[in-house]
Write a protein that binds this ligand. Structure first.
Ligand code: CA
Length: 252
């Protein structure tokens, strides 16, 4: 049986928003290696920017190295969870060791949300409160679960979503890359279908726009670049309180 090679297309955009002086989000992708990642950094001074860009660079470096050396593996032959774990560890180690060498960078860290596409599989990884969604047949579905104090309370039934959105603790994340000597990502394996549209985004998008707004914008047939622009414009119009970053990945 012939296996159709899916053609993946992507677009990405980041914006400082309307309130922050700097942009601590970072993103990167490699269509060739089927790898897409967004990191939202935290830490004083320039630490957040350093953490997020280190994490993106290390993640893509490891994934491209590993996928280059495995020349033309058969579908299913690659050990994707192992590649993801190695890439996350490299990012964690790079941030953690740099923070240990420089007191001004102490405690810096970052979220990380990413996708690795392998034939008909999409592997989603997550640490923190950036998110991955999938639009299929006009319906938007959140793939990742936030590692945040308030979202964990919501999932345990101890808090409503409305209370979570107003909570002074809403920025507290329970897992981050670089703040500890080790970190483990949530990894989810999904069957990808032609036409699936994956959205990776930082919380600067999801704090401003409810899921049904995002779904409405993504359902409009348009080039991916235009959809990224419209998402960021809408988030800025709704307040733009934080840095906003999105990557759209279309499975062809
Ligand atoms: Ca943020």
């Amino acid at each position: 049986m012939a296996i159709a090679v899916l053609r993946t297309t992507a677009a990405a955009l980041t914006d400082r928003g309307r309130k922050r002086a700097t942009n601590e989000d970072a993103f990167g992708y490699s269509i060739e290696h089927g790898a897409f990642v967004i990191c939202d950094g935290m830490g004083g001074a320039a630490a957040g920017e350093i953490a997020s860009s280190l994490a993106v660079d290390e993640f893509l470096r490891v994934v491209s190295d590993r996928r280059d050396t495995q020349s033309n593996p058969s579908p299913g032959e690659e050990n994707i969870p192992e590649i993801i774990a190695e890439a996350v560890n490299a990012a964690n180690e790079a941030i953690h060791s740099r923070a240990e060498r420089n007191i001004r960078l102490s405690g810096m860290g970052t979220t990380m949300v990413g996708i690795l596409v392998e034939e008909r599989q999409a592997w989603v990884l997550n640490i923190g409160d950036s998110r991955c969604y999938c639009l299929r047949d006009g319906r938007l579905r959140q793939i990742t679960l936030d590692h945040s104090l308030v979202e964990e309370q919501v999932r345990n039934g101890r808090m409503t979503s409305a209370q979570a959105a107003r909570s002074p603790l809403r920025n507290v994340i329970t897992r981050a890359v670089g703040t500890q000597s080790r970190v483990t990502a949530d990894i989810m394996q999904l069957d990808a279908e032609p036409g699936d549209l994956f959205l990776l985004c930082s919380d600067g998008l999801t704090r401003e726009l409810a899921d049904n707004r995002i779904e409405f914008i993504l359902k409009v047939e348009s080039p991916l670049e235009d959809a990224c622009t419209r998402l960021i414009q809408a988030a800025n119009k709704a307040g733009g309180n934080d840095n906003i970053t999105c990557i759209l990945v279309r499975i062809g």
